[in-house]
Ligand binder design. Structure first.
Ligand code: ARG
Length: 463
């Protein structure tokens, strides 16, 4: 007989139960209950396979199947009593199964271990999140495409060093993020394809002597194949690391865009108006409309990247195969996943609802000598001036305009000819921002025709 207070799963070896502190540090049920559905799906696949291979009887498998469904409905219905003494989701489910169906429950754990069980559950959970990230990214990309199409020819300043550089189009700027989120999407898909191998049946670390059919369980759980090395299957968490690094890179993209929205929605820029639905007011300053959603998205990268760093460090230097350190994988991934999905949804909502202020964009596009490069290019193209000299002539004209407090098109032809005698009236055609953007027809350039072609290419790819 085992001590009443020792563990019902391994009480045979133990005379006494754990210290309260031991129980507290050891238990993961507080968070891994989020994998209940995956745990039960894994157990159902395993039980069906055990029956198909003759390891357990069909009757036992049927009892287990029914019992697991009952347990699942209890968990989903919120009536399940989770127990810290039972440590984790795997033992909580199995213990309850025993209460519901009795003896056959004890046969479920044949030919498997919590090590392959947890690796399987966690992979299934992460895989679902990759699917959710894919949907979130697609929705965000579509919202950006709508913005890009509407404003394919709206001019705005393009920046380098956050200083006015050259005019670009609103559509072009939106499409830059489509490219970034598009790569995030392909990273999500790559990660999913790479991780989709089943650990189930790797057992504790060495495989099992029972005649299990790992292809069958892999297939039942939607995996492409069983993982080919049992030590690896139970002891790597690179799928979670890949999830977190993919999330981190995407969060960097989200934060850069969020930062632009914060700047653009300020009174000094007025490039965009964010909708009331995605803004907040101030309790003291009545005029305020704050871009809180954008700020929070900007900040999310910190915790997502933190999760990535934390799990990298947990995994670093762990000897094969399973070590309990690896239980520290879940909270990081859960938190990062929740916040990544939230950030994607919030960004999609903001992009859908925001209004680009076409007049402010156009006014800003023409300021800051944004067409200086066009002037220099004209000197090169029409007068065959070497680019370096053209750069110098243009710089002199910019300095002249600056000292007079005017823009380049406001200088007279005489002013210009004073700096370079060959300049003709024709120069004024390239100083307008519309002409500037229309001229940038190189592939991937900012010309509206190029932007529209890219929008069309993306729409085609996404259908
Ligand atoms: N709760 C554990 C975890 O998350 C399950 C695996 C336990 N395995 C073991 N050998 N103690 O990692």
């Amino acid at each position: 007989m085992t001590d009443q207070s020792s563990n019902q799963m391994w009480g045979g070896r133990f005379a006494a139960g754990p210290d309260a502190i031991m129980e507290a540090i050891n238990a993961s049920i507080g968070y891994d209950q989020r994998m209940a559905a995956q745990d039960i799906a894994g157990s159902r696949a395993h039980a069906a396979m055990l029956a198909a291979t003759g390891v357990i009887t069909d009757n036992d498998a049927e009892a287990i199947r029914e019992g697991l469904l009952t347990v699942l409905s209890e968990i989903e219905g919120g009536t399940f009593q989770f127990s810290t003494a039972l440590e984790d989701i795997h033992m909580n489910v199995e213990a309850r199964l025993k209460e519901v169906i009795g003896e056959p429950a004890g046969r479920l754990h044949t030919g498997r271990s919590r090590n392959d069980q947890v690796a399987t559950d966690f992979k299934l959970w992460v895989r679902d999140q990759l699917d959710a990230a894919e949907s979130g990214l697609l929705a965000l990309i579509n919202a950006l495409l709508t913005q890009a199409e509407a404003g394919a020819d709206w001019v705005m300043p393009g920046f380098t060093h956050l200083q006015t550089a050259q005019p670009v189009t609103w559509g072009h700027h939106m499409m830059a993020y489509v490219e970034m989120f598009g790569r995030d999407l392909s990273r999500v898909r790559d990660a999913r394809a790479r991780m989709n191998e089943s650990p189930l049946g790797a057992a504790a670390l060495a495989g099992t002597s029972f005649p299990i059919d790992r292809d069958m369980t892999a297939k039942a759980l939607g995996f492409d194949r069983p993982a080919a090395n049992s030590l690896d299957a139970v002891s790597d968490r690179d799928f979670a690391l890949e999830f977190l690094s993919t999330a981190s890179i995407c969060a960097v993209h989200l934060s850069r865009f969020a930062e632009e929205l914060v700047i653009w929605s300020s009174a000094q820029f007025r490039f965009v108006t964010l909708s009331d639905r995605f803004s907040t007011g101030s309790s003291i300053m009545p005029q305020k409309k704050n871009p809180d959603a954008a700020e929070l998205i900007r900040a999310k990268v910190g915790r997502i990247f933190g999760a990535n760093t934390a799990l990298m460090i947990v995994m670093k230097g762990l000897p094969l195969a399973y070590s309990k350190d690896m239980q520290e994988d879940k909270e990081q991934v859960f938190d990062a996943a929740d916040n990544w999905m939230l950030a994607l949804a919030a960004m999609e909502g903001m992009v859908k609802d925001m209004t680009a202020n076409r007049e402010s964009l156009a006014a800003a596009a023409g300021s800051g000598f944004s067409t200086a490069t066009d002037l220099a290019d004209w000197l090169v193209r029409v007068l065959k001036v070497p680019f370096r000299d053209a750069h110098h002539v243009t710089g002199t004209l910019v300095a002249m305009a600056e000292s007079r407090g005017c823009d380049l098109p406001d200088l007279s032809l005489e002013d210009m000819q004073g700096v370079h005698a060959g300049i003709t009236e024709d120069i004024f055609t390239v100083l307008g921002v519309e002409n500037s953007v229309n001229s940038r027809m190189s592939y991937g350039g900012t010309a509206p025709a190029q932007v529209r072609a890219q929008v069309a290419r993306w729409k085609e790819m996404l259908t």
